[in-house]
Design a protein around this ligand. Structure first.
Ligand code: CAA
Length: 383
């Protein structure tokens, strides 16, 4: 139900729905079976403005608000989560943070290439030994003449090795905890920058994920983003936006699974009637519809608040938690509605089921979202 959406968002939604079905839908299952980074479809998404949605037009972006972003991201995710993940990361983290914290020179140098989709952006926070406990990162940046030298390894980096632009958090002061992290802009091709092999994942195969290693990688002074020591706060505030994107993406996966199950349950018969007329299936579909609607409303509300300048730490975490757990439950239920067929590649629900699982893990696990929500509850009480 899009009752609250402005007309211009609804017309963009229709256009992107059509584009996603025709262009991304044509390759999604093949990319799942034989994974490769989907540059061809990404180029077309770039032409439509989908890879620079939040970046203002003066830097080559579409200049849309977060609400429109969630609606269009849902459309892409409803066809293929891997494309949506690449889209969400490049829009929601590197570009948004570069626009928010970058100098004019940094914005001019990088945003037009990212916003057009010529370049894809990646976000480097997690490490092999620190995911949820992000402050425990080991990657360090030491002062050198004219800049910093980075050493360390980042892990689970979406678009690793394919992206041309890396926003990297590294410790500039190991004794200062969260205040000892600084954010750096690193281009692919920098000496000392290398990538691991693509991870073999349960789902979202085309959203290539690798380690990113810095081995005496020099980063010039002008590629520090924001203030030295502010990198962790920049990353956390960025994730407040990024998590709204992941919530929208999870709603899209859930919707795809629900729509497939709804159609199947109308045409498959058992015990003399379409299976949706059996209460077990009918109620399951009803529960799916309620969960999706709830998750979408929470996601769109978080976006709406962000667009009005509110801090959305809690709302983003709640939306991401609700939507990702909905995606996992709905895709699980959809496989059940399809029975044995759902367990095969004859229908896409098997792919949706696998693709959904990581939404409970990346950009902060469900446990991290609960930590964030819990802390905000007591912060609001002033305790
Ligand atoms: N906005 C602004 N500032 C924030 C903030 C926010 N949302 N969250 C925390 N901060 C600030 C705090 O105010 C604090 O500042 P002060 O020093 O002034 O007090 C500082 O940051 C440290 O915060 P915490 O004390 O809360 O830090 P913590 O060590 O307890 O960790 C955490 C908090 C919420 C668990 C955090 O570590 C976290 O979110 N972990 C998960 C990280 C994550 O989501 N990783 C995903 C990586 S992205 C990805 O998945 C890659 C991809 O390609 C998809």
């Amino acid at each position: 139900m899009d009752f609250a959406l402005p007309d211009e968002i609804i017309s963009m939604q229709q256009a992107v729905r059509e584009f996603a079905r025709n262009e991304i839908g044509a390759v999604a299952a093949d990319l799942d079976r034989a994974p490769r980074f989907p540059w061809e479809t990404l180029r077309k998404m770039g032409d439509l403005g989908l890879l620079g949605m939040l970046t203002p037009p003066e830097y080559g972006g579409a200049g849309l608000d977060t609400l429109a972003y969630t609606v269009l991201l849902e459309e892409v995710a409803a066809v293929d989560a891997a494309h949506a993940t690449i889209m969400s990361v490049t829009n929601g983290l590197p570009q948004s943070l570069l626009y928010k914290h970058g100098t004019e020179e940094q914005r001019r140098r990088y945003l037009p290439r990212l916003a057009s989709g010529e370049w894809i952006g990646a976000f480097c926070l997690s490490e092999p030994g620190s995911g949820s406990d992000a402050v425990a990162m080991e990657t360090r940046a030491t002062r050198a003449v004219g800049g910093y030298v980075l050493n360390g390894t980042k892990a689970w980096i979406t678009s690793g090795g394919e992206a041309q632009f890396y926003l990297v958090m590294a410790k500039t002061d190991r004794a200062a905890g969260a205040r000892g992290v600084t954010c750096f802009l690193v281009e692919k091709g920098a000496a000392g920058l290398s990538f691991g092999k693509p991870e073999e994942k349960l789902g979202q195969h085309a959203a290539i994920t690798t380690t990113v290693t810095f081995d005496d990688c020099f980063v010039p002074e002008e590629n520090v983003l924001g203030q030295v020591g502010q990198g962790f706060l920049i990353a956390m505030a960025g994730l407040d936006g990024g998590r709204i994107g992941i919530a929208a993406l999870a709603v899209g996966i859930a919707r795809a699974a629900y729509e497939a199950a709804r159609a199947y349950a109308a045409q498959r018969t058992a015990f003399g009637q379409p299976i949706h007329e059996h209460q077990a299936i009918g109620f399951r579909l009803a529960d799916m519809a309620v969960a999706i609607e709830s998750a979408r409303l929470m996601t769109q509300r978080a976006a709406w608040l962000k667009d009005r300048g509110y801090r959305t730490t809690s709302e983003a975490a709640m939306a991401k938690l609700q939507a990702s757990e909905t995606a996992v439950a709905v895709t699980h239920g959809a496989v059940q509605v399809f029975g044995a067929y759902g367990y095969t590649k004859a229908y896409p629900v098997e792919r949706y089921f696998r693709d959904a699982r990581v939404t409970e893990i990346y950009e902060g696990t469900s446990e991290v979202q609960r930590m964030v929500i819990h802390r905000q509850i007591y912060r609001e009480l002033g305790r």
